[in-house]
Design a protein around this ligand. Structure first.
Ligand code: SF4
Length: 290
């Protein structure tokens, strides 16, 4: 049922309720602590280089992109570069080396950080074809990290996989963005590709999305509002989020509610109807990967 509470800033009743419920302290982005010397975010003693709650690090083997659909309208690379939409350029070796550093740190600390690539581009962008083989080799080598690859160019995944991909690599999660029902077609592209972990990012969520026909073969769904200036962002109806949560729960799949607005405040606490919904899929690692 459509919510009558669809608000100018995309809030439904639960989002408002979150902020009135006793015992629940929402965590607005403003309270996040930064180590100014390193630009790293400090969360519970772990070093992160990103505000994206569902990963620990982002790495960009190339930067820049071109818009492909409505979900790109307020792409956050715009906020970092005056003219970002000219196609990707390869980043420096220092950036690439960072992956091996995280990989070693993971061994030292006994953790498995999640690395999102490419947050400021698209891993399957055609301009990056000459560089992708090297990126795959690095990803292959850094098996102590879980690599999250999210794309809107789903039709290019199958032809851009490495030769030894086989049934998929344990430590690589493949995902597609589905901002509205129109783009559920990307999930069909994802499902023809072998992968150990598959996910959908419904962000910016611009309308209701029905993933039921595919849910059995998905592992994880992320949902979140569009991040943009108040007069520019398109509203997210909280009922669309509830429906995705319901679809996941019914098939016992992980669901991650990433972000929502309350007025001008952006919240990352994942609270939906008084409950934090920020889950990750359980990944089975073979002896070879461990
Ligand atoms: S595909 Fe992703 S990185 Fe590229 S323009 Fe769209 S939102 Fe931005």
């Amino acid at each position: 049922m459509a919510s009558k509470y669809l608000a100018e800033d995309g809030l439904g009743p639960s989002a408002k309720l979150n902020h009135w419920m006793p015992g629940i302290s929402p965590t607005p982005v403003q309270v996040v602590l930064f180590d100014a010397s390193s630009s790293h975010r400090l969360i519970q003693g772990n070093m992160k280089n990103t505000l994206i709650g569902w990963c620990d690090h982002t790495i960009n083997f190339w930067r820049g992109c071109n818009r492909v659909s409505e979900g790109c309208r307020h792409c956050y690379i715009q906020r970092r570069n005056k003219d970002p939409f000219h196609g990707p350029v390869r980043t420096t070796q220092a950036t690439w080396r960072q992956a091996a550093i995280w990989d070693r740190e993971a061994v030292t600390h006994g953790t498995r950080p999640r690395v999102f690539t490419c947050s400021l581009s698209d891993f399957f962008h055609p301009t990056a074809d000459p560089w992708r083989k090297e990126a795959w080799a690095l990803i292959r080598k850094c098996g102590n990290l879980d690599w999250l690859i999210l794309t809107k160019r789903s039709d290019r995944i199958a032809k851009s996989l490495p030769e030894d991909w086989g049934a998929g690599w344990d430590h690589v999660w493949l995902g597609v963005t589905v901002e509205s029902q129109e783009w559920v077609i990307r999930v069909a592209d994802l499902l023809v590709v072998p992968a150990k972990t598959r996910f959908v990012s419904a962000e910016p969520l611009l309308g209701p999305v029905d993933l039921r026909p595919y849910m059995a073969r998905l592992n994880w769904v992320i949902a979140g509002c569009e991040r943009a200036a108040k007069d520019k962002r398109r509203p997210m109806n909280i009922d669309w989020v509830r429906d995705l949560r319901h679809q996941c729960d019914k098939k016992e799949k992980a669901f991650f509610f990433k972000q929502y607005y309350v007025g001008t405040g952006l919240y990352y606490d994942g609270i939906l109807d008084g409950e934090v919904r920020q889950d990750w899929p359980v990944v089975q690692l073979s002896e070879e990967t461990r």
